[in-house]
Design a protein around this ligand. Structure first.
Ligand code: SF4
Length: 399
């Protein structure tokens, strides 16, 4: 998730969730509030207008739910004070809107609805997405199913092996699969398949293949790497998987609302910890569990990852990220089973998310993805960093 917060030192907020028109106003030729209002009145597609200009120079940012009309843009162009107009397309698949009303924003609100309406996990997730996007159920389902298909393919590709020179780790999942099939590993059934799938996805990520940042690129393996092999083992199909991914996404919404997915702000608990909580709820959906069990599973998983630091080796998202994704996946499996068995998480999910956020704020910046602490500073990490840099430079010299 990216936010542009300033252009030419003028504060803006652009998140790729609208069609945006940036109107640059000339120095010394301020566009007055009255003119802004006048321009706004020329079209009915504008969602909101932000005037970011001080006297003399500035940007007017128009946020819209549809592309700007040609005539309207032309009328803007003719304004003496307008020096430049930039139209931006949204990058998010679901746009924002000023009037969005969602049925719940927190886990406790969901639990309340669950009890009142006897709703199941998937129905709740679908209800949320339909309100958030204004899309019909079928469209929401197919958008998620496309993601599931893509991720299944990425797991297959990763297991076959990927090639990419500029990385720390090579083909790991193949080594693990070989040992698993030979019976050289401690027999952990589904758990070992989950480890293979996580490795496969991390390798695809490190070789610049297709992954889904769910919730982030560094933690991209935990969720699909857990749900896909579990669905296979349980004999479930792509539709079942799609429902589980939607449920996992719903837990992601609670985390995004109450905290962050950014390791730079809250350490790896926000990345692999969040992915683990999301996966735990997705697993409960695959197992046919209830809303209460799904929320409990996420709560347990997040409690177990509280305070996890982010200290990537050699400034690459490979080590300890591979192990942490695997740990998040295994933790999700354990948490889901604990919740399905009726184990009480004691602390409600919303409170755990709040605690995670507070814990993240207490983490020193050295342990929040800056490469200034933990494993990042080990002699081996520094050596790997130098070697990779040397290789990169040598490669760029050779034509
Ligand atoms: S250690 Fe840091 S970079 Fe690696 S997965 Fe965790 S948050 Fe991402």
């Amino acid at each position: 998730m990216v936010e542009i917060i300033s252009i030419d030192d003028i504060p803006v907020s652009i998140r790729g969730d609208y069609y945006e028109v940036l109107v640059h106003v000339a120095e010394g030729k301020e566009l007055t509030e009255q003119e802004v209002r006048l321009l706004t009145g020329q079209t009915d597609i504008i969602e909101s207008v932000t005037v970011s200009s001080g006297y003399g120079k500035g940007i007017i940012l128009y946020k819209m739910s549809k592309p700007a009309g040609h005539e309207w843009l032309k009328s803007l162009e003719q304004k003496e004070s307008v020096t430049c107009i930039v139209c931006l397309e949204p990058v998010m698949p679901v746009l924002s809107s000023r009037n969005i009303k969602v049925p719940f924003n927190t886990a406790s609100e969901l639990a309340g609805i669950g009890k009142k309406k006897k709703i199941n996990l998937y129905d709740a997730a679908m209800l949320y997405e339909c309100h958030r996007s204004s899309f019909p159920e079928e469209k929401v389902f197919h958008m998620m199913k496309d993601i599931v298909v893509l991720l299944q393919e990425s797991v297959r590709k990763g297991l076959k092996g990927t090639r990419y020179s500029d990385r720390i780790l090579g083909y790991q999942s193949g080594k693990f699969e070989k040992a698993r099939k030979k019976g050289n590993l401690i027999d952990a059934g589904l758990m070992n398949k989950i480890i293979s799938s996580n490795m496969a996805l991390m390798e695809v990520k490190s070789s610049m293949g297709l992954i889904v940042a769910a919730p982030t690129a560094g933690s991209c393996a935990t969720l699909p790497g857990t749900l896909i092999p579990t669905a296979d083992t349980l004999g479930l199909d792509q539709d079942d998987l799609t429902k589980a991914f939607l449920v996992a996404g719903m837990i992601g919404v609670f985390i995004a609302n109450g905290s962050t997915f950014a390791a730079e702000e809250c350490g790896c608990q926000a990345e692999c910890g969040s992915a683990s909580g999301m996966a735990a709820a997705g697993l409960v959906q695959l197992a046919g569990g209830t809303v209460e069990q799904g929320i409990s599973a996420a709560s347990i998983a997040l409690q177990n990852t509280m305070g996890m630091t982010c200290d990537p080796v050699a400034n690459r998202v490979e080590v300890p990220c591979l192990g942490k994704n695997v740990m998040g996946a295994v933790n999700a499996l354990a948490s889901a089973n604990m919740a399905l068995a009726g184990i009480d998480p004691v602390i409600p999910l919303d409170e755990v998310i709040h605690a995670m956020d507070e814990t993240g704020k207490m983490l020193p910046r050295e342990l929040c993805c800056t490469g200034l602490g933990g494993l990042s500073l080990t002699p081996t990490s520094k050596r790997i960093e130098e070697n990779l840099e040397r290789k990169r430079k040598a490669k760029s010299i050779i034509p």
